[in-house]
Design a binder for this molecule. Structure first.
Ligand code: CIZ
Ligand code: SF4
Length: 349
């Protein structure tokens, strides 16, 4: 097998030869060995914004997970091809909402609530879910703009159906002043609404999905840390549970966390509750700040980590030869309505 240095040289050679024909967006959760070659690094909002404008390159080599590559394809121009270096780079959260389950749930919710619900979906969802949301007048959200988009959604309808991350949905609704007792949970497996009280009071229906990476940051980690060293500031991603967010000092999107650390005082101490590659990168980039993971055993997103240097080198060398592997192509009908949902978000952001 090729060494790291060899692979690096091969990637650089293809990048140099292909020039502007190639564009490599990379998510902040990607490995260092991959992100070093990204033409643009960002969170999912920034990468979607870039994809909606970057219409020159013939090939977009997406270093991130499947739903992000789908979004890039939906927002790309017709002549552009989006490829994913490893098809196994999925997202367990996106997989928790399939379109058939969603349509069945929607039917039942409409029987309960009539025409008073607007669906919104976190971008961490399949193109089919985004399309369902667009078709029904809703929008996508990211963790960077969830507040604005959810506020807009409440100007349209009395209730929201928030897919697929219950935690981002709950944390966002809470920030808008909605009481936890007015939030219901839709269980797609049991096909049942979890709610105690008057149905009339329901403001938000949360899809029962979660991120297995961010679930690793727990209340007991916070208690232990506070006891050990009360001067540590704790910042977490809103994919963490409401309890964890409530006990932390601050919570926000990937970009928000990066900005907070970038402007932190020298010598200040931070514990971060988000994906391991990003926490490690912040540690490297800001040696004058004391950074640790909120969970001491560290939490990688296994699917993000599927994209590694050997896969990147392989896909780039294939493209150079004209072989397009792992193309992510969303069919026209699905893409049309998914784009409506994405455009609504991009206009609001
Ligand atoms: O957990 C993810 O996949 C996140 C935080 C994506 C993003 O960039 O918002
Ligand atoms: Fe999906 Fe969580 Fe990984 Fe993000 S961190 S890609 S939400 S599994």
């Amino acid at each position: 097998t090729a060494s790291y240095e060899e692979l690096k040289k091969r990637v650089l050679a293809v990048k140099e030869k292909m020039g502007d024909r190639l564009f490599i967006p990379g998510h902040h959760y990607q490995r260092d060995e991959v992100i070093q070659f990204a033409d643009a690094a960002g969170d999912s909002l920034q990468l979607a914004q870039i994809a909606s404008k970057q219409h020159q390159a013939e090939y977009i080599v997406f270093c991130g997970v499947h739903f992000m590559a789908e979004t890039a394809d939906i927002l790309a121009a017709d002549h552009q091809k989006v490829v994913l270096p490893d098809m196994r780079a999925g997202c367990s959260m996106a997989d928790m909402a399939d379109i058939n389950q969603t349509e069945r749930g929607w039917e039942q919710l409409q029987q309960l609530f009539g025409d008073t619900i607007l669906p919104v979906t976190y971008v961490n969802s399949t193109a089919a879910i985004k399309s369902f949301v667009g078709k029904n007048g809703g929008a996508t959200v990211t963790s960077s703009n969830a507040l604005e988009v959810v506020k807009w959604a409440f100007s349209q309808k009395d209730r929201l159906f928030f897919l697929p991350d219950q935690h981002l949905g709950r944390n966002t609704a809470h920030d808008l002043g909605i009481s936890l007792s007015d939030m219901a949970v839709w269980d797609p497996i049991q096909e049942k609404l979890e709610f105690e009280g008057e149905l009339d009071n329901v403001k938000v229906i949360l899809w029962k999905g979660h991120c297995s990476v961010h679930m690793n940051f727990r209340v007991d980690h916070i208690h232990r840390l506070r006891k050990e060293d009360p001067s540590v500031r704790i910042i977490v991603h809103p994919e963490c549970t409401r309890e964890v967010v409530a006990l932390s000092d601050d919570a926000g999107s990937t970009k928000y966390i990066i900005d907070a650390i970038s402007s932190a005082a020298k010598g200040s101490k931070w514990a971060i509750g988000t994906e391991m590659n990003l926490v490690n990168r912040l540690k490297q980039n800001f040696p004058e700040i004391k950074i640790q993971s909120l969970n001491p055993t560290m939490c990688p997103c296994l699917t993000m980590n599927r994209i590694d240097l050997p896969h990147l080198a392989w896909i780039l060398e294939s493209l150079e030869k004209g072989d397009v592997h792992n193309q992510i192509k969303v069919d026209k009908d699905t893409a049309y309505y998914a784009k409506e949902a994405l455009d609504k978000m991009l206009q609001l952001t």
